[in-house]
Design a protein around this ligand. Structure first.
Ligand code: SF4
Length: 703
């Protein structure tokens, strides 16, 4: 209705979905968002993808939680998840805020006082603001008393961050995405930006038009591969073989940057010795890329004036994810392709604030700004800042917490805006663990699959209903502004966290969100120079920004690396096979990921009219020849099973995957594919192996 589309208010904000961090304007009429436009932000220059442009009406969905809920005493924590409103009130009863908060905080405090501080854990959210992430981790560390706090970074780039911190002393990107326009050569490996970082993909395509040569390396042929100068379709799980073979070529052909290695790095001799055993001839049959192509791409990357690497979950979500990232770091260091515009390392961050939430300390081994909890100086600093003794033992990670619950080590949890019942590997096990908790508090905007297992549900605010800062994949800190009011009795998350803190014995009384940001910048040197006023004025400031007036540094490591010696470190890696290889019982491979139209576990985008209309049903992408071998047609229902569970969904013929590998998005609750995935962890990043497990497939089943 055109009349309805005339806004009575416009509010400048940022996109709530991916880490690109596009700036946008909400157009509001009568407290409803009617349409969204792109703004001239540093990351998007007015561009938006389909999610940013159309993915807003979830905020107005009739299934929004609007009243606090308490689980009925006789409602079992079992059975299938149901969104049927009649079923919901069979399981939960409505409560006042006072009653719900007393029940939520009281039960967690009792568990802490009876079973000790490490009997509790909290999951924060990469969808929340920096200030929410900061207060949430502070609540766990000071109110619960342990470091058992984590969030979905553990499921996406934890291994990349582990390798980056170890190798170059910083877990964030070295150069912004936009630097692809300054690069001669860009390698995109294990990432599908057209789907997962769509506006970033447009900058890559613009760069190609201006002469940049793109190399795409991925077992799945992404859309971007069609624009690539070279596409390397390596076999799933063989990243280290391919990357070590490239490094072997660079060493063998004398293409290393000797000056850079001598002046800026340590550990090169061990790396050189290690890659000596990985000749392209030996690795070609393993990774499935011919030796000449490996050599060609290695030369191209090493000899260009500026080469840049971007990567995604295809690199990180393996039990050897840290090794994969170590190889990418070594590639950049040995060729000196870092520390200048158009070069560097860019792990494409997934959620809109996964960078900021990690920076703010929403991880179990680090205080804000990656200051280790077991470092005595850091511990003393935060004990002084927060005015109480803190736990110096690193806490448990996401998957470790799910395994600690059945052992009785974790008895109560507070989950804000995450949905582990859908997003965790081996989701049947994760759901059983959540159901086994003595007390589970969930703070969310919808009755998610996780909230369905809660004892108390606290109705929270959606992204456009609150103000806060968000840090994108480029280290840009930007403001998301409140555009509409929360529905019913739903409250802003900062208020809810503070109410919970008070029930746990903390005397918190923050007013405006800027008061939280001010506290953060006092103890986080990386953002010390960013004031709230400046954010309001400039909309976006890049960190590191250590003093007021500092313009911020989009390109880092220009002179030295933030390690003790100032030098980066090479860490060699050898081939480690996937935890669960195909065999005669489970002969195929499952790869999980996202779709363009849907976001993560689907709680927002599946309640967005346009996006859900484009992709309404759970689908599996199957190679046409594999589908034909099953006797199936596109659109048929297939059942996929692993050793941990099975799901039925529709088959879509798709020749972008290699034969024998099936790709399934993890956003469909009717076919929750994480029931099948493997919870085996990378030993360094503690990230699960979402990108590889053994499955079998049969025609038929019921969706
Ligand atoms: Fe939002 Fe990412 Fe799309 Fe930009 S590219 S509009 S940040 S989902």
């Amino acid at each position: 209705d055109a009349a309805l589309a005339v806004p009575d208010k416009q509010v400048d904000s940022v996109c709530p979905y991916c880490g690109v961090g596009c700036q946008l304007t909400y157009n509001i009429r009568d407290n409803k968002i009617v349409f969204v436009e792109g703004r001239d932000g540093p990351a998007n220059r007015e561009r938006l993808c389909v999610k940013g442009r159309y993915g807003f009406d979830y905020a107005h969905h009739p299934q929004r939680l609007t009243v606090p809920l308490i689980r009925r005493l006789d409602a079992p924590k079992s059975g299938e998840f149901s969104m049927d409103p009649a079923r919901v009130l069979d399981v939960f009863r409505e409560a006042t805020w006072e009653e719900a908060l007393d029940a939520a905080g009281g039960a967690l405090a009792r568990i802490r006082d009876t079973h000790g501080k490490r009997a509790l854990a909290g999951f924060g959210s990469a969808k929340g603001s920096n200030e929410e992430a900061y207060l949430f981790q502070k609540l766990v560390r000071t109110g619960f008393g342990s470091n058992n706090v984590d969030h979905c970074t553990r499921l996406c780039h934890a291994s990349s961050v582990a390798a980056l911190l170890e190798g170059i002393g910083s877990g964030a990107v070295s150069n912004p995405v936009m630097d692809v326009t300054l690069a001669e050569v860009v390698i995109v490996i294990g990432a599908n930006p057209t789907v997962n970082h769509p506006v970033a993909a447009t900058w890559i395509k613009n760069a190609i038009r201006n002469g940049t040569r793109l190399v795409v390396c991925d077992p799945r042929r992404s859309d971007l591969a069609r624009s690539a100068h070279r596409y390397l379709q390596f076999k799933p799980d063989t990243d280290v073989a391919l990357l070590n073979a490239m490094m072997h070529t660079i060493v063998a052909e004398g293409l290393v940057d000797k000056d850079f290695i001598a002046s800026r790095t340590i550990g090169y001799a061990e790396l050189e010795q290690n890659v000596a055993g990985y000749s392209p001839e030996l690795m070609a049959p393993i990774c499935g890329v011919d030796a000449d192509t490996i050599r060609y791409v290695a030369r191209l990357y090493a000899t260009s004036k500026a080469s840049m690497i971007l990567w995604g979950m295809g690199i990180s979500q393996h039990i050897h994810g840290t090794d994969n990232a170590r190889c990418l770091i070594a590639l950049a260091l040995m060729t000196g392709q870092i520390g200048r515009p158009g070069t560097g390392l860019h792990p494409l961050r997934g959620q809109n604030n996964v960078q900021g939430a990690s920076d703010a300390g929403l991880i179990p081994m680090m205080f804000p700004d990656y200051q280790r909890v077991d470092n005595p100086q850091a511990l003393a600093k935060f004990e002084q800042a927060w005015g109480m003794p803190l736990d110096s033992t690193p806490g448990l990670t996401v998957v470790e917490i799910m395994h600690a619950i059945p052992r009785g080590e974790i008895r109560g949890m507070y989950i804000m805006g995450e949905n582990p019942a859908m997003s965790d590997p081996d989701a049947n096990h994760a759901r059983a663990s959540l159901a086994a908790l003595e007390h589970l508090v969930v703070q969310d905007i919808f009755l998610t699959e996780t909230a369905y297992l809660a004892d108390v549900i606290l109705p929270a605010s959606a992204f456009p209903e609150k103000t806060g800062s968000f840090t994108n994949t480029d280290r840009l800190v930007q403001i998301g502004r409140q555009a509409i009011d929360p529905p019913g009795q739903a409250r802003q998350d900062l208020w809810i966290i503070q109410q919970m803190a008070q029930r746990l014995g903390l005397d918190w009384n923050y007013g405006h969100v800027s008061e939280v940001f001010d506290e953060m910048r006092r103890i986080m040197p990386s953002i010390g120079g960013i004031t709230w006023d400046r954010l309001e004025r400039e909309h976006a400031v890049t960190y590191p920004c250590t003093t007021e007036g500092d313009p911020g540094q989009p390109v880092v490591f220009t002179e030295q690396f933030p390690r003790e010696s100032g030098r980066a470190r090479f860490v060699p890696a050898d081939i480690i096979p996937a935890d669960e290889r195909p065999d005669s019982a489970y002969p195929m491979v499952l790869i999980t990921g996202r779709q363009l139209e849907h976001w993560h576990t689907g709680s927002m985008t599946r309640r967005t009219a346009v996006l859900d209309a484009i992709e309404p049903d759970p689908v599996a992408l199957v190679h046409p020849l594999d589908l034909a071998a099953l006797g199936g047609q596109p659109g048929d229902v297939i059942t996929i099973a692993s050793r941990r569970g099975e799901v039925a969904l529709y088959a879509r013929a798709d020749d972008s995957s290699p034969r024998g590998a099936i790709f399934v998005p993890f956003c469909y609750y009717e076919a929750a594919i994480n029931r099948l995935t493997n919870a085996a962890l990378d030993p360094f990043g503690k990230i699960p192996e979402f990108k590889y497990c053994a499955i079998r497939v049969a025609l038929g089943g019921a969706v």
